[in-house]
Design a protein around this ligand. Structure first.
Ligand code: GLN
Length: 183
């Protein structure tokens, strides 16, 4: 999907593979297995200091949380929708997203149980946060690569472009009122 949007992509398996990337997708899969791979390859520190936009989807959201890489101030609950809802689809509304709701495919998906003040929740299912962002990091509970809708990949690529051009917050905040200053 990223290729079809004009991005040049490669797989990351070792710290050297991160070299020169403008952004990173941490995909769905199995977070325990992925954690073992990250440990085996010594990827935890390079990922923590990557400093570029990251898009975590499903298991990738779990890896970004406090209990794993700790890159986002969120706590994720694995398989949160329970056994009877191994997999389902849901129309999700996102703020500032043109073209109506996103049809989201959830597969043994996590949700976010807690988050800090820096985290903005941007979509929820039955009141449970399933999409959030914090600075250059975007995390969603579902699989945006399944289906035809590429709007979340576009959103991420806009963030990658903005970060590369130095205007990190400009892309996210386009058209939104300025935030009140911190007190
Ligand atoms: N249930 C998986 C886990 O805990 C995530 C599932 C997925 O990525 N689709 O890691």
């Amino acid at each position: 999907m990223l290729r079809s949007l004009g991005a040049e992509v490669r797989e990351v398996r070792t710290p050297d593979d991160l070299e020169g990337l403008d952004g990173l997708v941490m995909p769905g899969g199995e977070s325990t297995t992925m954690t073992l791979g990250i440990e085996r390859e010594g990827l935890a520190e390079p990922l923590r200091s990557f400093g570029k936009p990251i898009f975590g989807t499903c298991a990738g959201l779990i890896l970004l949380d406090r209990a794993h890489l700790g890159l986002m101030d969120i706590a994720a609950e694995r398989n949160a929708f329970g056994r009877q809802l191994h997999s389902f689809e849901e129309d999700l509304e996102f703020p500032d997203m043109e073209g109506g709701p996103v049809r989201a495919v959830f597969i043994r998906a996590p949700w976010i149980t807690e988050h800090g003040p820096e985290v903005e929740v941007i979509a929820a299912v039955d009141g449970h946060p399933v999409a959030a962002r914090q600075g250059d990091l975007l995390a969603i509970s579902f699989h945006p690569e399944l289906g035809e809708d590429d709007r979340l990949h576009r959103l991420f690529l806009r963030q990658v472009t903005a970060a590369r051009e130095g205007g990190t917050l400009a892309a996210w905040n386009a058209g939104r009122p300025p935030r009140p200053p911190c007190s």
